[in-house]
Write a protein that binds this ligand. Sequence first.
Ligand code: ATP
Length: 206
Amino acid sequence: MIGIYGGTFNPIHYGHLRTAIEVNELFDLNELRLLPCSLPAHRENPSVSAKMRLEMLEIAIKDYPQLGLDEREIKRSGVSYMVDTLAELRHEVIDTPIILFMGTDAFNGLSSWHRWQDLFDYAHIVVMTRPQFIPRALPDFYNDKLVTVRESLKSCVSGKIFFQKVRELDISATDIRHAFIEHKNPSFLLPEPIIEYIRAHNLYSA
Ligand code: ATP
């Protein structure tokens, strides 16, 4: 199974990294790709360029061969739609289950994503717990999609949803950006080399 962990990663932090490591093990993935978006479709444009967000990702996963990168949204120009990304990936890996991982906050906003129902044509979705967010009630659309046994995701290549408890770290990129703006110490929220990168490039300054 291939895992896709999409995000803005502005910047990448331990909330992303810890959950990525955990789901990689829990779902016995062949690979887990962190997939930074270029221009997100459903939020304002990130304050830091795609190139720099990508560089921070590269630094963060350098010593973790179980984590990879998928740069297709950054290479493709224009707004990033996950449905296009998964359709492309599905062409490349016909018979392999694909899992799109997202935190509960992202799941709660899923119905505003472009052609969100079509995501299930290409992948499963796994929703990871995240502090301060409770999953919204599932509409009927999910009746035939919800599975409660992780192994079920191996029996078909797409179309299911599963809720996975992960270690809950109350860390967000928003809080980290504010920490830099307010000259507070962000240590232990994200890897030290990323903090050094942010300082060297004077990112997230007011
Ligand atoms: P921001 O504060 O800028 O919105 P963020 O911290 O939510 O950023 P994103 O890059 O927007 O990070 O998130 C990418 C994905 O990672 C989303 O699916 C999000 O739910 C998930 N995620 C981010 N932080 C955590 C966390 N602490 N625990 C679980 N999932 C997380």
